[in-house]
Design a protein around this ligand. Structure first.
Ligand SMILES: [Zn+2]
Length: 406
């Protein structure tokens, strides 16, 4: 369906309706026009394609995961606190969300309920110590029953610690209190402690059980063990070793393994172009390195690009490498990229993102021109030089682009 025309380089929406508007619909239509006028199809091709697109996903399809990513990026980072990246593959999302609520003071403690106007028959006093109003800071930090759990953690670490004023301050300070425990284990502690304290507090209120500090300690230890075990399949430690030798647990074995992948020469007389895109803290760069069968470097490029996502940078890296080949009349080249996603788009096996249609079309056009043998996937570790060029590219004022010939 045609919904508009280009009038002198400008897109003008032209939408017709089957019937006349009722009086009350006129305002709605005007509002709709105002919204629509802000939108201009980016590329001519979109003017002819009517479809619903979820802008926050590469494929244009809605998913809860992509929604969460948008929400996290927009709101979690605004207040300066988010779940550290290293913990995301380990923590159950329910727990991550819970700690976020704790630090935002959004947990339904008695004091918070009272403030919202909920009448509490038994008052807002902490059920663990019966000595103070149950605020978030009290329940998770200052309550003497809970404070002794934190003290035990810090005592094991060999640290003397003055109590933080708030849970936010505690989380901000947490990393600097570590002495010997593996970082990941250390960072997980507040999540486990706050969660088990909350469960124990609920048991006191709703199941009329008593608060047993030792039991709470054991369950936080077991919780840490379960998370680590689920994340680290070959973890050699048992729960007993974790609770008895907490500071001795070595997670480096899990996180510190470096895979060595040597660069492989291209087949026959072909050349090989290793390419990579980098996207870090708002800056994107691309890089590529061209070598012959003996591993001699024939050319390189490294430059900054204006994109907003890592996969866009990966696609641009391939496009620039092709332009490089065209410019210097280099042919019979094998390409290597460490992005499985982008390699999938090249071979046509995976659905291509609507946002990158133009770039991918150009790649399709250039590939036979330079007799590109194909784009194959290589592990990141085998693409180190291209990776370095891409990272440097992020900060390049002048693009680097050289070819020394065969
Ligand atoms: Zn208390």
């Amino acid at each position: 369906m045609e919904c508009g025309v280009v009038v002198g380089h400008k897109w003008v929406w032209d939408i017709s309706f089957e019937r006349e508007f009722m009086g009350w619909e006129r305002q709605l239509y005007d509002d709709f026009q105002l919204v629509l006028q802000q939108l201009v199809p980016k590329h001519g091709v979109y003017a002819h394609v009517d479809c619903l697109v979820w802008k926050h996903d590469n494929m244009g399809m809605f998913s809860v995961k992509s929604l969460c990513a948008v929400v996290e990026a927009r709101w979690f980072s605004e207040d300066g606190w988010s779940v550290p990246k290293s913990l995301r593959p380990i923590l159950p999302s329910k727990i991550a969300l819970f700690l976020w609520q704790v630090q935002k003071n959004r947990v339904a403690t008695k004091e918070n309920l009272r403030r919202r106007g909920v009448a509490l028959e038994e008052g807002a006093t902490c059920v663990l110590c019966l000595g103070a109003p149950e605020t978030v800071a009290h329940l998770f930090l200052h309550c003497p029953k809970v404070w002794q759990l934190w003290v035990s953690v810090l005592h094991r670490e060999g640290v003397w610690w003055g109590v933080s004023e708030s849970i936010q301050a505690c989380l901000a300070e947490w990393g600097s209190l570590r002495r010997s425990t593996a970082r990941i284990l250390w960072d997980l502690i507040p999540y486990a402690l706050c969660w088990v304290v909350w469960l124990a507090r609920n048991n006191v209120i709703f199941k009329e059980l008593s608060f047993d500090a030792e039991e709470v300690w054991e369950s936080h230890m077991f919780m840490l063990f379960t998370w680590i075990k689920a994340w680290w399949k070959d973890c050699p430690y048992g729960v007993h070793q974790l609770s008895q030798g907490f500071t001795k647990i070595d997670i480096q074995g899990k996180v510190g393994v470096r895979i060595v992948v040597p660069w492989k020469p291209p087949q026959g007389t072909n050349l090989k172009f290793n390419v990579d895109g980098s996207f870090q803290s708002g800056c994107a760069g691309i890089g590529g390195i061209l070598r012959n069968g003996s591993g001699e470097v024939l050319g390189k490029f490294s430059r900054k690009v204006e994109v907003t996502r890592a996969d866009e940078a990966e696609v641009l890296a391939i496009l620039y490498a092709l332009l490089f080949c065209q410019q210097f009349m280099v042919s019979s080249v094998e390409f290597e990229s460490d992005s499985t996603l982008v390699v999938g788009w090249m071979s046509g096996g995976k659905m291509r993102p609507w946002k990158l249609t133009n770039e991918l079309n150009m790649i399709d056009y250039l590939m036979p021109l330079v007799n590109c043998i194909g784009v194959i996937h290589i592990l990141r570790e085998g693409n180190a030089e291209a990776d370095e060029l891409a990272k440097k590219g992020c900060f390049c004022v002048e693009p680097v682009w050289f070819y020394s010939g065969p």
